[in-house]
Write a protein that binds this ligand. Structure first.
Ligand code: F6P
Length: 327
């Protein structure tokens, strides 16, 4: 007997496409095993404010294709305080919830680790939900694939106009302090240069690279700037290099939050489904304080204490190939 009475599912931190597919999988798997399930609105905020809703099989109909999260999301400052966690604990107990599926990033998992010191009887399995793809213990986070596909769609369109006008485009992408979105979209979009938070490429290096390209008669150039690049965002970098490129007209495009929205790709729907089903099964098997992920296409399990931001998340092989392909 697992002792699980009611599972609460919530989404926390920045939303990401595929979260709804995961919520659907959690709800239906719990009900399949005759376990009650409820949704907690706006993550830890809703836990503190007692915003719980009962979920049925039909509550999650027609959401698998939708971006965002039907449960809403938030980054809770109050949950970082003991007072906040105590309120959340009282509400979980009052609602009969003794297990959680937490869909979010490392901040979400750190929050629960603190919470379990207060009440170790409440179990939790985490699902990595963030477009940044920056967590140890999983090859992919939920929403990353959709986000890079959104970026690629934008790069392809910008390349058409860049080429028509002989322009140098700086395209800024999200990822906070991880360059995963930038690297993948830069390689898939054929960018001339990719500025990553993990690398110390200087403005001089960048200018040299672009000048080489110009000498080789490249009619336009695309530079992907990760928002966490150490010398600034796309606007700042564009200002610094513009004067060196009289023959190019320079333009900047900051993609922003469109990267977080949209209908999830097949990959993210399947990932959300697999991780959601397994999260419930793992709770029933007695697991807790662990993140369920995917490594080498197999379900993996990582302690919350190790499911932190990766120090060096970038694929070395992809980095190497990128340098070859920009000649
Ligand atoms: O973590 C996801 C993410 O989209 C990051 O890539 C970005 O830095 C951040 O969230 C933006 O946060 P907000 O939606 O609060 O502006």
């Amino acid at each position: 007997m697992s002792g699980i009475k009611k599972i609460g599912v919530f989404t926390s931190g920045g939303d990401s496409p595929g979260m709804n597919a995961c919520i659907r999988a959690v709800v239906r798997t719990a009900l399949y095993h005759k376990i009650e399930v409820c949704g907690i609105i706006r993550g830890y905020e809703g836990m503190i404010e007692n915003d719980f809703i009962t979920l049925h099989s039909r509550s999650v109909s027609n959401i698998i294709h939708r971006g965002g999260t039907i449960l809403k999301s938030a980054r809770s400052e109050e949950f970082k305080t003991e007072e906040g966690r105590k309120k959340a604990n009282e509400n979980l107990i009052a609602n009969g919830v003794n297990a959680l599926v937490a869909i979010g990033g490392d901040g979400t998992f750190r929050g629960f680790t603190e919470f379990s010191k207060l009440n170790p009887d409440i179990k939790a399995i985490g699902v990595p939900g963030t477009i940044d793809n920056d967590l140890t213990g999983t090859d992919f986070t939920l929403g990353f694939d959709t986000a890079v596909n959104t970026v690629i769609d934008a790069i392809d369109k910008l390349r058409d106009t860049a080429d028509s006008h002989h322009r140098l485009f700086f395209i800024e992408v999200m990822g906070r302090d991880s360059g995963c979105i930038a690297l993948w979209s830069g390689v898939a979009g054929g960018a001339e240069e990719i500025l990553l938070p993990e690398q110390d490429i200087t403005i001089d290096d960048l200018i040299k690279q672009l000048q080489e390209g110009a000498k080789k008669k490249k009619s336009s150039s695309i530079v992907i700037v990760s928002e966490g690049y150490h010398l600034g965002g796309a606007q700042e970098i564009a200002k610094k290099v513009t004067e060196h490129f009289k023959f190019y007209d320079t333009r900047v495009s900051v993609l922003g939050h469109i990267q977080r929205g949209g209908s999830p790709t097949v990959f993210d729907r399947i990932l959300g489904t697999r991780l959601g089903v397994r999260a419930v099964e793992l709770l029933l098997e007695g697991e807790t304080n662990k993140m369920v992920g995917i490594m080498n296409n197999k379900i993996s399990l990582t302690d919350f204490s190790n499911a932190t931001k990766q120090q060096s998340p970038l694929d070395e092989d992809l980095l190497r190939m990128r340098s070859i392909l920009t000649i």
